[in-house]
Design a protein around this ligand. Structure first.
Ligand SMILES: C[S@@+](CC[C@H](N)C(=O)[O-])C[C@H]1O[C@@H](n2cnc3c(N)ncnc32)[C@H](O)[C@@H]1O
Length: 202
């Protein structure tokens, strides 16, 4: 008999903390809850992450599906050029992150559940339905909206969309999320730190 792969949130958070990035524990816990929610009916689900950096949030999503839905996959989209921030405020240009990303995913034991897509979001070719979309690329209004619009038509009716950095320090993220809620039928299901989770419904 093989050992069951249990969902161990504290172990996931402990593994995450070793990886450079900005995700806090409460935000990661919301990612775990969202991934668990979209995989609850069984079957292979597609979770799309825009902005993976060195894999901090990627391993949170991937470790969750490893335990709950091993046929599901995280599509981790990032050009890995090391540019982070907001195009309308400050961009920081660091070192390329792809090698660290691959090493961190492997070290966490989740490589089999992650499809790295080394691309800008809006240049990624996509044709499949999406169950969870997590947006954490550049944080100005233009880029966050472009990330969302490129994938929005592929979202399943009961899909979840999460945005990181929904906070006053990134007003473009706040403005766009608030527009989705006011004008496009989305509701805020949960909020932790600067992570906000949207679903379609009242
Ligand atoms: C804030 S970091 C992501 C942090 C990561 N989610 C974590 O938990 O550590 C932003 C990342 O977005 C990537 N990025 C910037 N523009 C992008 C775009 N248009 N499409 C995809 N990724 C993008 C950058 O290369 C960078 O690695």
């Amino acid at each position: 008999m093989t050992t069951p792969d249990l969902l161990r949130p504290l172990a996931i958070l402990a593994a995450m903390r070793d990886i450079p990035g900005w995700l806090e524990d409460d935000e990661a816990e919301l990612l775990i809850a969202a991934a668990a929610h979209v995989t609850r009916g069984g079957g292979a689900r597609r979770l799309v992450e825009i902005g993976s950096y060195q894999g901090r949030s990627t391993i949170v999503l991937a470790a969750t599906i490893r335990a709950l839905s091993p046929d599901s996959r995280v599509f981790a989209i990032d050009p890995h050029e090391g540019t982070v921030g907001s195009a309308d405020a400050r961009l920081n240009h660091g070192s390329p992150t792809f090698d660290a990303f691959v090493a961190n995913i492997a070290a966490a034991g989740v490589a089999a559940f992650v499809e790295p897509v080394r691309s800008l979001s809006y240049e990624a070719r996509w044709n499949d339905t999406i169950d969870l979309l997590f947006i954490d690329g550049l944080h100005d209004r233009f880029n966050v909206e472009r990330d969302y619009r490129h994938f929005a038509r592929f979202l399943n009716p009961d899909a979840i969309v999460l945005f990181h950095d929904y906070a006053a320090y990134y007003p473009g993220v706040v403005a766009f999320v608030d527009t989705l809620v006011a004008q496009e039928g989305w509701s805020i299901a949960a909020h932790a730190g600067s992570m906000v989770m949207l679903y379609r419904g009242a």
